[in-house]
Design a protein around this ligand. Structure first.
Ligand code: SF4
Length: 482
């Protein structure tokens, strides 16, 4: 995670497994591999052909599932979810899978993404008498399934998913079916693999690796997969639309050992660093990354510029919800507890610091201060993505626009605020060249060019209003560099 990662929080991870006596155990392992996509809650629903059972709780996968819990989840199909809330507040109520019972029997759902017409749909259904038990937009899909007049669950799911707009990569479990679907733009990743005789659906291919599975292909945008009786069927939810895969999956969210949107994350991230190096070299002695998400881009930068890559910053991987007093926060402890510089490497050196992105800039400012305090002669900051100027409405919890430092400040102003000797971002054409398929990607957080319109009042805005206390106005650039 880069320095600003705590402001640019992950989204969710999903997994579905059909046709294994160890479905819950495999789902749990897969969720371990997807833990970086959400650390607030975890859950698994299993089906044994007759009924569904769901276990979920707040916390990390390792805290939520012990051996006894997993043994109690017997069944041959399972879906799982790790969550960081993008809509709905962060309570167990909103943890997933969400399981409901209707005239179709028990149905559970795990969803990654954000619906952009959720408020309109929910308002309409509430007017018609529906009662919602969560504030999550994912529950809307279950209501639509229950209300559908279609005969089969497959047809009802298709019916429901044709009414929602936005980003969804999801898995649905019934007593004898596993259904997976990806929205027609393909914002969020979802791939299909095999493990023995089982079919596996997961957010990233690293979840297949951990269970000894094999990657087959991506679930296509607008595709609905149904697994039942050991057979896999593919249907189209909607005609193919222009793909708009989230380019930030490659920049930051996904693991570099994953294949996402059919591409190696490592390869694209490395190319971002190399193109950044070619676009914006620096007269410096060494390159170091803000570990871990920036490691790969920093290696690409070092290879392109010929500068040595050094581990100048060490990240503490064991930082949990450590209590930090307000007074300690003022003394930058919140950043220092996570990153510590290696003085012997940095002292007296001109350092190129590579990070994946800058959100508010507040954390990076503290980090630069720490590196200078360790004796760096110069700090040249290189960002392996363009300036983030707009919030995301498709499933990533970004701050509101005014909190994004690049939405209101020029690069030189940001450099002054951060107190770096130079600051350069990867250009947008450079980023798209690194992906190798510019036309496939959503880049709205850099351009404001949103591929899918959203409701006038979106879930995100309501959430941001509810969380008004989170609002932090970006301080004006401090022109008195110390
Ligand atoms: Fe990804 Fe940014 Fe598009 Fe959101 S706005 S889907 S973070 S590229």
């Amino acid at each position: 995670m880069g320095a600003e990662g705590r402001h640019w929080r992950e989204e969710c991870g999903v997994v579905g497994i059909a046709g294994s006596r160890e479905a819950a155990q495999l789902a749990c392992l897969a969720l371990h591999a997807l833990q970086h996509r959400g650390q607030e809650s975890a859950g698994i629903a299993v089906a044994d052909g007759h009924s569904l059972v769901t276990h979920k709780a707040m916390g990390l996968v390792v805290d939520v599932f012990d051996e006894a819990t997993l043994r109690s989840l017997s069944g041959t199909s399972a879906i799982g979810h790790v969550r960081y809330s993008t809509t709905g507040s962060s309570h167990l109520l909103n943890a997933q899978p969400i399981q409901v019972t209707s005239h179709r029997g028990s149905v559970a759902l795990a969803h990654n993404g954000n619906l952009v017409n959720a408020q309109t749909l929910r308002h309409r259904m509430e007017q018609e008498g529906s009662i919602f038990s969560t504030t999550s937009d994912s529950e809307i899909i279950l209501h639509l399934i229950a209300r559908s007049r279609a005969n089969t669950i497959e047809e009802a799911a298709t019916d429901a998913l044709r009414q929602v707009r936005g980003a969804f990569s999801l898995v649905i479990l019934t007593r004898d079916r596993l259904i997976a679907a990806r929205d027609p733009h393909g914002f969020r990743p979802l791939c299909l693999g095999r493990q023995g005789d089982s079919f596996v659906i997961c957010s990233e291919s690293c979840a297949l690796d951990i269970i000894g599975g094999t990657y087959l292909r991506d679930v296509e945008p607008g595709e609905l997969l149904i697994v039942g009786d050991g057979q896999l069927q593919s249907h189209r939810l909607a005609p193919r639309e222009t793909e708009r895969c989230c380019v930030f999956e490659h920049i930051y969210f996904s693991r570099p050992d994953s294949r996402v949107f059919g591409e190696s994350v490592d390869r694209i991230r490395r190319r971002c660093g190399a193109i950044l190096g070619a676009e914006s070299p620096a007269a410096a002695d060494l390159v170091c990354s803000v570990p871990d998400s920036s490691n790969t881009a920093a290696l690409g930068y070092a290879a392109a510029t010929g500068l040595p890559f050094e581990l100048g910053l060490i990240r503490n991987h064991y930082v949990g919800r450590t209590f930090i007093s307000p007074a300690q926060k003022l003394r930058d402890t919140s950043v220092r507890i996570k990153f510590n510089p290696v003085k012997e490497i940095i002292e007296g050196k001109r350092v190129v610091l590579v990070d994946d992105s800058i959100v508010r800039g507040t954390t990076m400012r503290k980090l630069v201060k720490i590196i200078r305090a360790a004796g760096a002669a110069e700090v040249h900051l290189r960002i392996a993505s363009p300036p983030i100027t707009h919030p995301c409405y498709y499933g990533i919890d970004t701050p509101v626009r005014k909190e994004l430092i690049a939405s209101s400040h020029e690069v030189e102003e940001i450099a002054t605020y951060l107190r770096v000797d130079s600051l350069r971002y990867l250009s947008l054409p450079g980023l798209l060249r690194a992906t190798g398929a510019a036309a496939r990607y959503c880049t709205a957080c850099f351009t404001g060019d949103y591929p899918l319109p959203f409701d006038a009042i979106t879930d995100k805005e309501i959430f941001d209003q509810e969380a008004g206390s989170r609002e932090v106005v970006v301080p004006p650039p401090d022109r008195s560099r110390s």
